[in-house]
Ligand binder design. Structure first.
Ligand SMILES: NC(=O)c1ccc[n+]([C@@H]2O[C@H](COP(=O)([O-])OP(=O)(O)OC[C@H]3O[C@@H](n4cnc5c(N)ncnc54)[C@H](OP(=O)(O)O)[C@@H]3O)[C@@H](O)[C@H]2O)c1
Length: 358
């Protein structure tokens, strides 16, 4: 092994989190769980309730901004703030931007000026970074890049189950997909969104969710429709895949493939009495990750059917957490410390399980 490879394999990657909200606090724990990474700081815009969590976890607290008065406000509320974003950027190798969508452009400029690698989330557009990421679709293409975007929770879910199907029929022809996304109205901790008493179609057709998959796997031709419904716990996808003639697959073969796919759970809904997203989230709470998170995509075995050249299935997505382990794998890709995506997934998931004692 060359000296540089030995060095890369032994180094601890210094990771900063900009935006310690729903996604940021989860990515921080997932990174903290890894042996090859450490959290060097997390940011809050002002001294609100998430600061206590950072203090309890021992994550150094920084202000999202550099203005003296904004930094001083933390001391006024009893928190030790170690400085502004510029100071945090001076001590990290990678920053994971978990800010609300659409503020990325301004932040990216700051990261670039500081010469720090950055990862954005699905609320930002692919055009911002020019690269997008899911572990199973394009880890290799992200090796060594300076900036990427972990795609949204929905797109991550599509990638988890569709990339294996694409690989099964590779060489026999292409697949085309339509997905109907039945979306949660808001996250459980969010009081500003809806609907609370309506089914709200996304009137931009097709919706962006399906086509976003093509930013990581352009070979999969996909469209989607989306509706928001009054639930907070999960998204559900109803997916139709058109397979090429002579695909050679069966329902059983597809199920066997997903059962052997990392971060996919396949269960019989009828036999296991898991007939809705409510029971799926109860299962997630039983698993025991913090916040009752479910990093895996849940597929109902008895909701999968391959008829002639068309595959039908349902899957459920825990919107707050399926992207969390992908952020960890994306860090390894950018830092070129693990070139094999499956090895990274194994490392990430084993460390998270050990962290939560599960
Ligand atoms: N929630 C989901 O279901 C989900 C799933 C997948 C992907 N995503 C994506 O993940 C990203 C974060 O979403 P979220 O749900 O975690 O949002 P969130 O809960 O609202 O958290 C956003 C965090 O960003 C901070 N912030 C505000 N302005 C900022 C700025 N200019 N720069 C840096 N940080 C700033 C906020 O700080 P304060 O706490 O101090 O206000 C807050 O902690 C978005 O791109 C979103 O689309 C979300």
């Amino acid at each position: 092994m060359a000296f540089s490879e030995v060095y890369l394999n032994q180094m601890t990657i210094k990771v900063a989190i900009n935006g310690f909200g729903t996604i940021g606090k989860r990515v921080a724990d997932a990174v903290d769980a890894q042996e090859d990474m450490e959290i060097v700081g997390v940011t809050k815009t002002s001294p609100s309730f998430g600061c206590q969590l950072a203090v309890r976890k021992g994550y150094p607290l920084y202000c999202t901004f550099d203005e003296e008065d904004k930094i001083a406000a933390f001391a006024g509320a009893g928190y030790v703030c170690k400085g502004g974003l510029s100071e945090l950027l001076s001590i990290c190798d990678v920053i994971v931007d978990c800010s609300p969508g659409k503020v990325g452009a301004e932040n990216l400029e700051k990261y670039q000026n500081a010469g720090v690698k950055s990862i954005f989330q699905g609320g930002e557009k692919h055009a911002l970074t020019g690269k997008s990421y899911t572990s199973s679709a394009n880890h290799i293409e992200n090796l060594g890049v300076n900036c990427t975007r972990v795609v949204s929770c929905n797109t991550t879910g599509l990638s988890r189950t569709l990339v294996p199907i694409y690989e099964l029929v590779q060489g026999k022809g292409s697949i085309s997909v339509n997905s109907v996304m039945i979306r949660r109205a808001a996250d459980p901790g969010d009081s500003s969104k809806g609907p609370i008493n309506a089914i709200k179609p996304v009137l931009k057709v097709p919706s962006h969710h399906g086509p976003d998959l093509m930013t990581v796997k352009p070979e999969i031709d996909i469209t989607s429709l989306a509706v928001a419904v009054p639930t907070t716990i999960m998204h559900l996808h109803a997916i139709t895949v058109n397979l090429p003639l002579g695909h050679g697959l069966s329902t059983e073969k597809v199920l066997e493939t997903w059962k052997n796919t990392q971060r996919v759970i396949v269960m019989n809904g009828t036999k296991n009495k898991i007939t809705s997203t409510a029971e799926v989230m109860e299962l997630a709470r039983d698993i025991g990750r913090k916040w009752g998170d479910l990093h895996e995509i849940f597929v109902w075995e008895d909701g999968v059917s391959l008829q002639d050249n068309t595959l039908y299935y349902f899957q459920a997505i825990h919107q707050e957490s399926d992207v969390i382990p992908e952020n960890v794998d994306a860090i390894r890709a950018m830092m070129e410390t693990e070139t094999d995506w499956k090895a990274s997934v194994e490392k990430t998931d084993r460390a998270i399980s050990a962290y939560y004692g599960i």
